[in-house]
Design a protein around this ligand. Structure first.
Ligand code: NAP
Length: 293
């Protein structure tokens, strides 16, 4: 049971964070929500240990949902020091502050901690990330586990849906392109994931944040295995547009830089066993539930 003022959300200005704050509000739970540096009073730089300690000691949360990170694979590859400072050191500072305050930490991680060769992945598989992003996210999981006894790591997947903040994600860009006919976009047809709507991800994370005894690592993916091209195709049809007018098929093998995992589909049976009533619909139904039509 989450009480008013008991939850702190990091990354609240991001794609997932916006939906987390909305889901908490829907449940009537007031939240301390913070964005990144440069967001004025709402901002925090997680790489600054003193700022993180002051934030947590002032907010006195019972649970912290940690959704802040440098999330673009290309940004992490271009600037590994920043990825390390925010994703790893930032999580260390937050975990230290949680332990000091006796708060629970729900750490949002990623399917990209896996190499893509052994899908579907359940929680027993040993991660082997291929990218700087995946390596920093895995290091953050491990550092947090050494600091917070009641840590919950939630590895989630490609999240789709409209943004509720100023941040524009790939889904918003695709909807814009489908509505205007430009720009043409190239989408991988040979990289598979189990996409989940931002709505469902936020609902599930808030439910898990309210379960004090839930700890360890849990996988949170969607019900369907899809490539980005198939997602684009289904989104186009959902909006009544010919996919070929906007989307082109591309191969992950043609991308310069870090290798991309082939198939990081998640096995989310453990999650559904704990929360049998949290239904996640198919792609089109989730789009409709989020007002995309
Ligand atoms: N979206 C996905 O498909 C997906 C898939 C798997 C896992 N995840 C995980 O889910 C979480 C949320 O992802 P997202 O897509 O919502 O990310 P996002 O839209 O890129 O948002 C990232 C958030 O982190 C904040 N941030 C960045 N640097 C910071 C810093 N130095 N100090 C404090 N905050 C900082 C940003 O703040 P400002 O914008 O205010 O600077 C923003 O609120 C991440 O942990 C990500 O690894 C996401």
């Amino acid at each position: 049971m989450l009480e008013n003022g008991s939850v702190l959300v990091t990354g609240a200005t991001g794609l997932l964070g916006g939906h987390l704050v909305a889901e908490l509000a829907r449940r009537g739970v007031t939240t301390v929500a913070c964005g990144g540096p440069g967001r004025g009073a709402l901002g925090i730089d997680l790489s600054d240990p003193e700022a993180v300690a002051s934030l947590v000691s002032a907010a006195r949360p019972r649970v912290v949902i940690h959704a802040a990170a440098v999330t673009l694979i290309s940004d992490c590859a271009r600037d590994p020091e920043r990825a390390e400072a925010v994703n790893v050191a930032g999580t260390v500072h937050l975990a230290d502050a949680c332990r000091e305050a006796g708060a629970r930490l729900v750490h949002v991680s990623t399917d990209l901690v896996f190499d893509g060769e052994h899908a579907p992945y359940d929680e027993s598989v040993t991660p082997a990330p291929l990218s700087v992003y995946g390596r920093t996210k895995l290091a953050a999981e491990r550092e947090a586990a050494q600091r917070v006894p009641n840590l919950l790591v939630v590895r989630t997947t490609l999240l789709f849906g409209p943004t509720l903040t100023a941040r524009r994600g790939f889904f918003d860009q695709q909807v814009d392109a489908l509505k205007t006919g430009s720009p043409r976009m190239r989408l991988f047809e040979d990289e598979w994931r189990t996409p989940l709507s931002l709505r469902a991800a936020a609902e599930a994370l808030v439910a898990m944040a309210g379960e004090d005894d839930l700890r360890g690592t849990i996988h949170l993916g969607g019900p369907e295995r899809m490539s980005r091209y198939e997602m684009g195709e289904r989104l186009a049809r959902h909006l009544g547009v010919d996919p070929a007018a906007v989307f082109e098929r591309a191969s992950r093998l043609g991308v310069a830089g870090e290798p991309r995992p082939r198939d990081v589909s998640l096995d989310s049976s453990a999650f559904h066993h704990v929360f049998p009533r949290l239904a996640v619909d198919d792609f089109e139904s989730e789009c409709t539930r989020m007002g995309v039509q």
